[in-house]
Write a protein that binds this ligand. Structure first.
Ligand code: IMP
Ligand code: MG
Length: 177
């Protein structure tokens, strides 16, 4: 798997240190009271597992399956909700976790749906944010790392379903795309 990677963009130790700081920020910012954390599958799994174990407060974890990317390199522009049931968020503060903020369509669509479902307030956290003009007007409240507009894999992020288990964020070799 390592052979498919052109270069490591953010290594594991750097990610872990940043997660300590993000968790402390989140812990400080959220008022007491019910907190539901929504993990966007599958990309945010690794990030969420490592981040949430650093947040020492009572919270509930829910997962959502949405599709916007369909496994390729380009965002399709449409965000589909794939679950039969939507998590109960009425009257709750919500922290929404995703792997990467790219066009912004996913976070925009999911945040809106959460507010429509009666969430008290929605904050968003992403491991990565691409430095680019977004198609949807949205920024994340917590960003692990700002990166350039390159396609990256690892630490939850995939290319055609692969490379999510790389312990770092890297750029694929052209031959592996
Ligand atoms: P957005 O809706 O365009 O912001 O895209 C968000 C989703 O696209 C993310 O949750 C990822 O699943 C996927 N995505 C965007 N950029 C990348 C990338 O560089 N590598 C892997 N997945 C990506
Ligand atoms: Mg994805």
């Amino acid at each position: 798997m390592r052979d498919d990677i052109e270069r490591v963009l953010i290594d594991e130790a750097v990610i872990e240190k940043r997660l300590d700081a993000m968790a402390a920020e989140i812990e400080r910012d959220f008022p007491q009271g019910p907190l539901v954390v929504i993990i966007l599958l599958k990309g945010a799994l690794v990030f969420a597992a490592d981040l949430l174990r650093r947040v020492p407060r009572v919270l509930e974890i829910e997962c959502l399956n949405v599709a916007s990317y369909h496994g390729g390199l380009e965002s399709s522009g449409v965000v589909d909700f794939l679950d039969r049931h939507f998590p109960e968020v009425k009257g709750h503060q919500v922290l929404l976790l995703d792997d990467i903020l790219d066009t912004g369509r996913t976070l925009h669509a999911v945040s809106r749906r959460l507010m429509d479902e009666g969430a008290l307030a929605v904050k968003t956290a992403v491991l990565l944010a691409k430095d680019k003009v977004r198609a949807a007007e949205v920024e994340a409240d917590y960003v692990g790392f700002e990166i350039g507009d390159d396609f990256v894999v690892g630490y939850g992020l995939d290319y055609q379903g692969k490379y999510r288990n790389l312990p770092y964020v890297g750029i694929l070799k052209a031959g592996s795309l």
